[in-house]
Design a protein around this ligand. Structure first.
Ligand code: N1C
Length: 303
């Protein structure tokens, strides 16, 4: 019958159309799932690939910074109890998160600097270069002096690494740029900002602990101390720099107060109208070195 024929034809037609639609839906689902789950996709996000030569952002950075900040303002320097640690973390994070780590500006840290900086009492600032371990053993033993790491900004960031990434989660935990990758990296710019701040706020007589056992000389003009700090001391506030030239107890004595590199430093200071004095192996620090080498001939003070 013509009526029956046309109805069964249209049913068959509907069945074919539904089948094709179902196949299309399955195809789309399979393609989407493959794109989401394929391993190749993960490799293409920058935060999963090592892009830079240095270590990635320190794990638990937020918790470490917050813990150090609260420790500093409650037990290390309670005079700063009104500093806002949560805000300090937010401003540090805000400076670098979701930013390309070679494309930061020093000004990005300005809000952090405004929140966290504080002054150091006159004649208590202690600078250093290539004596990181010794100088901090000394300030732990002698609470009279402050290095940058004994101020809030230096304390919260000491030995940590951080950098951003333009893709989610905005922080690169795999690798971060070092100086050789690019000099405008988040950690270098942080120490630049903090070193300037530390030097600008110094007053009275300041000290620097240098390493006289280095082959290249104790004073390096491309170091943070030689390239930034001495040029940001304010001669109207700083009268004298005392240089403590320390040799490793068992190491060679390569440099001296009359050597070429210290002369370069004292000439720069003189040209900036800051007096300089120099002492080889400053006794109070040498006593501390000798605690690790009690039998060494250098340490037999009474012979
Ligand atoms: O380049 P440097 O020494 O001369 O820098 C030391 C100088 C000190 O007086 C500090 O005030 O600059 C300041 N400073 C730090 O406090 C600091 N803490 C950790 C500079 N750098 C600092 N670091 C890291 O050590 C930082 O990553 C940088 O690259 C090194 C510099 O140490 P250095 O060459 O011995």
């Amino acid at each position: 019958m013509p009526f029956q024929n046309s109805s069964s034809r249209s049913r068959r037609h509907n069945l074919i159309v539904t089948g094709i639609m179902a196949l299309l839906v399955i195809l789309v689902v399979v393609v989407v799932l493959a794109a989401v789950l394929s391993p190749g996709r993960e490799e293409n996000t920058s935060s999963d690939v090592r892009q830079w030569s240095g270590n990635g952002t320190t794990k638990h950075l937020r918790e470490i910074i917050l813990g150090r900040c609260y420790n500093y303002i409650t037990t290390v320097n309670p005079e700063l109890k009104d500093k806002d640690c949560l805000n300090i973390w937010e401003e540090l994070q805000h400076a670098f998160i979701y930013k390309h780590p070679c494309n930061m500006q020093e000004e990005d840290y300005q809000p952090l600097k405004n929140l966290a900086s504080h002054s150091v009492p006159c004649s208590k600032s202690l600078f250093w270069s290539k004596t990181n371990d010794l100088v901090h053993r000394y300030t732990k033993a002698n609470r009279d002096f402050f290095t940058l790491e004994d101020t809030l900004l230096g304390y919260i960031a000491d030995r940590l690494t951080w950098c951003g990434s333009v893709t989610s989660p905005g922080i690169d935990y795999i690798s971060c740029p070092e100086w050789k990758d690019c000099d405008s990296n988040p950690v270098t710019l942080f120490w630049k900002m903090a070193s300037k701040m530390f030097a600008e706020t110094a007053c009275g007589t300041v000290q620097v602990m240098l390493n006289g056992s280095l082959e290249a000389g104790a004073f390096k003009n491309n170091s943070f101390f030689g390239g930034i700090e001495i040029f940001h001391l304010n001669p109207e506030k700083v009268s004298t720099m005392q240089i403590w030239l320390m040799n490793d107890v068992d190491g060679p004595q390569r440099d001296s107060c009359t050597g070429h590199s210290i002369t370069t430093l004292t000439n720069i200071l003189k040209s900036r109208k800051i007096n300089a004095t120099c002492e080889n192996n400053y006794r109070p620090v040498q006593f501390l070195q000798c605690a690790s080498y009690p039998d060494h001939s250098t340490c037999k003070f009474c012979s």
